[in-house]
Design a protein around this ligand. Structure first.
Ligand SMILES: [Zn+2]
Length: 60
């Protein structure tokens, strides 16, 4: 998927308001602060705390 970097720049984690990063495989947006990963469905990031998965492992 193609995420506009400017769009990514304005996205914030709704839980802690930190910036999120696109996962290496493009499957979601990860918050490095609270480790929540927000899913991307049909190229639309689902920025909802209840939809997020907490992923503790650090990506290389
Ligand atoms: Zn967060």
């Amino acid at each position: 998927m193609n995420m506009n970097p400017d769009f990514l720049e304005i996205l914030r984690c709704p839980f802690c308001k930190a910036k999120v990063e696109l996962k290496a495989d493009g499957s979601g947006l990860k918050c490095e602060t609270c480790f929540r990963v927000y899913p991307i469905r049909d190229d639309i990031p689902i920025m909802i705390v209840e939809e997020a998965i907490i992923e503790k492992e650090v990506e290389a």
